[in-house]
Design a protein around this ligand. Structure first.
Ligand code: NAD
Ligand code: TYD
Length: 343
């Protein structure tokens, strides 16, 4: 197959490109705009791979997308490209609608015109909204109730995919995964941000009371799930992906500190995130039963490997944190920033 991966220079996309090249004979064309979150260092070593091509470009550029589908005789699209950080979506929601929703529409229209074989939409569990502490987890039938601009933009894209399948018969498959962790995650997200701050003996900003719950999955298990949906999933179906691995943020931050041998006195409780979803939890029975997917990592082995990766790749995150990221950090966590006040 010739596969177009969008957003393949980001966290999950770059892990997915490596997964595809390492486990299949498929050709991979990676279309990525290289926004602040895209980083070619995430793909180091693949530059001269005979089955790989990188194209810097925008998924919103219809002419570029159509040209690529034609020129590369693309059989399938795996769509990761997105603005992905909830905190950024609070200040700049329009950019999220534009990239996540309109960008997906451009890809869907190009795919439809070309009668493309398969379109995998990488959606998120955040489209379901927030769960009460004792409620059962999200299933594929849970109504969508997105709460942040990020989640709303992803839910809109997710629903456009559904509509293109229903109305035009396009073979679209949707995955909705819980929070990922692992190598190459941009250090604005919880786990890499806390690891980097702890390693630099800087305060660890925990939003609100730190009792919000997330369901963590190693990125390579997510990539395996997305690939399985592409190869063995059913057209028009939604597949939840998650590791039955719920952690309160504060407990997770304490665990990271313990793994690094750093004191809990680094924890700093800050103002809560506006509209903060209290809990996410995924029921992934459908993909387990229908496609035989199981996570390969336990949280213990996955977190151990991830902590080691951030220790061994200090230059990777130090380079990011020394650039434009510093302005972002100041806007969010500086004295006058959104999370500048102690809670
Ligand atoms: P990321 O922010 O690390 O990477 C996003 C990538 O998309 C970057 O390389 C960026 O340059 C690229 N991009 C952004 N706008 C683009 C555009 N207009 N055209 C082309 N490329 C563009 O994100 P991530 O964490 O790797 O997430 C990837 C996808 O997975 C997203 O769609 C996200 O919603 C979804 N997802 C993420 C998680 C998670 O925990 N990170 C969980 C479930 C689903
Ligand atoms: P994040 O990694 O941004 O993912 P998401 O909001 O998409 O789940 O955040 C995970 C959780 O950690 C979320 O409840 C917000 C919280 N959090 C903090 O407490 N402090 C931080 O500095 C960050 C980035 C997140």
């Amino acid at each position: 197959m010739n596969i177009l991966v969008t957003g393949g220079a980001g966290f999950i996309g770059s892990n997915h490109v490596r997964h595809l090249l390492g486990t299949s004979d498929d050709r991979v064309v990676n279309l990525d705009l290289l926004t602040y979150a895209g980083n070619l260092e995430n793909l180091a070593g693949l530059e001269d791979h005979p089955r790989y091509r990188f194209v810097r470009g925008d998924v919103r550029d219809a002419a570029l997308v159509r040209g690529l589908l034609e020129e590369e005789r693309i059989d399938a699209i795996v769509h990761f490209a997105a603005e992905s950080h909830v905190d950024r979506s609070l200040d700049a929601p329009a950019a999220f609608l534009d990239t996540n929703t309109r960008g997906t529409l451009v890809l869907l229209e190009a795919a439809r015109d070309r009668e493309l074989g398969c379109f995998v939409m990488v959606s998120t569990d955040e489209v379901y909204g927030s769960l009460a502490p004792d409620a059962p987890g999200f299933t594929e039938e849970t109504p969508l109730a997105p709460n942040s601009p990020y989640a709303a933009s992803k839910a809109s894209a997710d629903l456009l995919c559904r509509a293109f399948h229903h109305t035009f018969g396009l073979d679209v498959r949707i995955t909705r995964c819980s929070n990922n962790y692992g190598p190459y995650q941009f250090p604005e997200k919880l786990i890499p941000l806390m690891l980097a701050n702890a390693l630099e003996d800087q305060p660890l900003p925990v939003y609100g009371d730190g009792q919000q719950v997330r369901d963590w999955l190693h990125v390579s298990d997510h990539c395996r799930a997305v690939d399985l949906v592409l190869r063995e999933g059913r057209p028009g179906e939604v597949y939840n992906v998650g590791g039955r691995n719920e952690w309160a943020n504060l407990d997770l931050v304490k665990l990271l500190l313990a793994k690094l041998g750093k004191p809990e006195s680094l924890i700093r409780f800050v103002t809560d995130r506006p509209g903060h979803d209290r809990r996410y939890a995924i029921v992934a029975d459908k993909i387990r039963e229908e496609l035989g997917w199981e996570p390969a990592y336990t949280f213990e082995t996955g977190l151990e490997a991830t902590v080691r990766w951030y220790l061994e790749h200090r230059a990777w995150w130090e380079t990011i944190r020394s650039g434009a990221y510093r302005d972002y950090y100041e806007t969010m966590y500086g004295e006058k920033g959104r999370y500048g006040d102690r809670a």
